[in-house]
Design a binder for this molecule. Structure first.
Ligand code: FNR
Length: 360
C-alpha cells in the first residue's frame, strides 16, 4: 500500500506538471534594475551556511521519495546528481522504511551514492523521537527534516485527521534530536503564527514550502475514486507570501514551493530565504533525462544564479537583502491586506542621502 502510494505520488506529480508551465507568486516579484550597479560574476560566491554546514550552492534537492523499487531508482539518480554538483539533498519521508526495514535500501541509496554530501533525513511530525533518530541513523544524515502536512493528510484517502498531538510530538523530536532540525510544510506554506510557534518550540530552521508548485491537495484528490476534494486545490499561502509575511523573530528561513528557475531562487533569497529547495522541477528532469540531465541543469542554474547576482550587484546571497523588490498583482494585494510595507521593500538600496534628495 505504502509502496503504491509512493509510486502514485511520482506519477501524479509528473502528470499534473504536464498541464504546462504554471504562473505563481514568484511572477509577481520584480527587481528594480540599476544599470551601473553590477559586479563581476567571478567575484560572486554562491555559498551559504545552513544547519552548521557551508553549502556551495544556495539551492537544494528537497524531500521527495523512496519506499518502492521505482522510487529507490529515482533516489539513486537524485543522489548521483547531488554528488556530482555538490547540491544538498533530502530524502522522502523515511516512515515506510521505519515500518518495513526491507524498504531501507530505497532510502539508504542516497547516502551510498553520495557519501560526502549534505543529506537530510525526512519524517512526519507524528513519529516518535526514536523513529526520528533511526531515520537519521539510516541515512547518516547531517540534519533532520520534519514535515507538517495536515492538508495532505486531510485529502489522502488513508490519511489521519488527528492533529492535536502535533505540537507536543514536534517538541519531543526537537528536544531529542542530535542533528539540526528543519520543520517544513509540503506545499501549503507556514504562516507568521506557525513560524512564531516553531520558534517557541525551539526549532532553528523552517522551510515555508508554500503553494504555487506541487499541490498535494490535487495529487491526493486524484487518488480518490470520486475526487471529492477538488475544491481544496490551491489551498494555502504562496512561497512569496510566506516570505513577505514572516515575522522578524522567525527561525532561519528556507524556501520552497513552485521554484522553476534560477530567477525564482534569487527572488526567494532576496525575500529572506537562507537557501531554496526544489522538488517538482528537478524530479521532472530526472524522470525525463536521468541523473545526467539533472547534473546539466544544476550546472546551468549555478552559472545563471551567479550571473543574476552579478547583475544585481550582490557578491553573495546575503547582499541580496539590499536589493529593491517590486511586488505586484495578487501578491501585492495579499501584502496590502496583511499590512506589509511593500513600498519600503522597493527602496531597500536607498541611503538616507539619496532618500532626502528625492524629497522623502
Ligand atoms: C514531495 N514532498 C515531500 N515533502 C516531505 O517533507 N516529505 C515527503 O515525503 C515528500 N514527498 C514528496 C513526493 C513528491 C513526488 C514531491 C514532488 C514532493 C514535498 C516537497 O518536499 C515540497 O515541499 C513540495 O513539493 C513543494 O515544492 P515543489 O515541488 O513545488 O518544488
Amino acid at each position: 500500500m505504502s509502496a503504491d502510494r509512493k509510486d502514485d505520488h511520482v506519477r501524479l506529480v509528473a502528470e499534473q506538471r504536464a498541464g504546462g508551465p504554471r504562473s505563481n507568486g514568484f511572477d509577481d516579484v520584480g527587481f528594480v534594475h540599476h544599470a551601473l550597479a553590477g559586479i563581476d560574476a567571478d567575484r560572486v560566491d554562491l555559498g551559504v551556511e545552513v544547519a552548521g554546514a557551508r553549502w556551495a550552492l544556495p539551492f537544494y534537492l528537497n524531500a521527495m521519495t523512496g519506499g518502492s523499487t521505482a522510487t529507490g531508482l529515482i533516489n539513486r539518480d537524485l543522489a548521483i546528481a547531488a554528488r556530482e554538483t555538490g547540491l544538498a539533498i533530502a530524502s522522502g519521508s523515511v516512515s515506510a522504511a521505519l515500518d518495513d526495514p526491507a524498504l531501507a535500501p530505497t532510502f539508504r541509496v542516497i547516502r551510498d551514492e553520495n557519501p560526502d554530501g549534505f543529506v537530510f533525513a525526512n519524517v512526519g511530525v507524528e513519529r516518535s523521537p526514536d523513529d526520528a533518530r533511526r531515520a537519521v541513523a539510516l541515512l547518516e544524515a547531517d540534519a533532520l527534516q520534519v514535515h507538517l502536512n495536515a492538508v495532505q493528510e486531510t485529502v489522502m484517502p488513508e490519511g489521519s485527521r488527528a492533529f492535536s498531538s502535533w505540537p507536543r510530538s514536534l517538541e519531543a523530536i526537537v528536544e531529542a534530536a542530535e542533528v539540526p532540525v528543519v520543520v517544513k510544510e509540503v506545499g501549503f506554506g507556514l504562516s507568521p503564527r506557525t513560524l512564531s510557534r516553531l520558534r517557541d518550540l525551539g526549532v532553528a530552521y523552517a522551510d515555508v514550502s508554500g503553494s504555487g508548485g506541487t499541490d498535494f491537495a490535487r495529487v491526493e484528490n486524484a487518488r480518490r475514486a470520486a475526487g471529492e476534494y477538488a475544491f481544496l486545490a490551491g489551498w494555502g499561502q504562496s512561497t512569496v507570501e510566506c516570505l513577505l509575511d514572516a515575522p522578524a523573530d522567525a527561525p532561519v528561513l528556507l524556501a520552497s514551493g513552485g521554484v522553476r528557475t534560477p530567477l525564482d531562487v534569487v527572488r526567494a533569497l532576496a525575500l529572506g530565504a537562507r537557501a531554496v529547495g526544489v522538488s517538482g522541477a528537478f524530479l521532472q528532469v530526472v524522470l525525463d533525462d536521468g541523473a545526467e540531465g539533472l547534473v546539466a541543469l544544476v550546472r546551468s542554474w549555478t552559472a545563471q544564479a551567479r550571473a543574476l547576482l552579478a547583475l544585481l550587484g550582490a557578491a553573495s546571497p546575503g547582499d541580496l537583502a539590499d536589493t529593491d523588490l517590486v511586488v505586484r498583482g495578487a501578491t501585492a494585494e495579499y501584502g496590502r491586506l496583511r499590512g506589509i510595507d511593500l513600498g519600503a521593500l522597493s527602496r531597500r538600496s536607498e541611503t538616507p542621502e539619496s532618500r532626502s534628495s528625492r524629497g522623502r
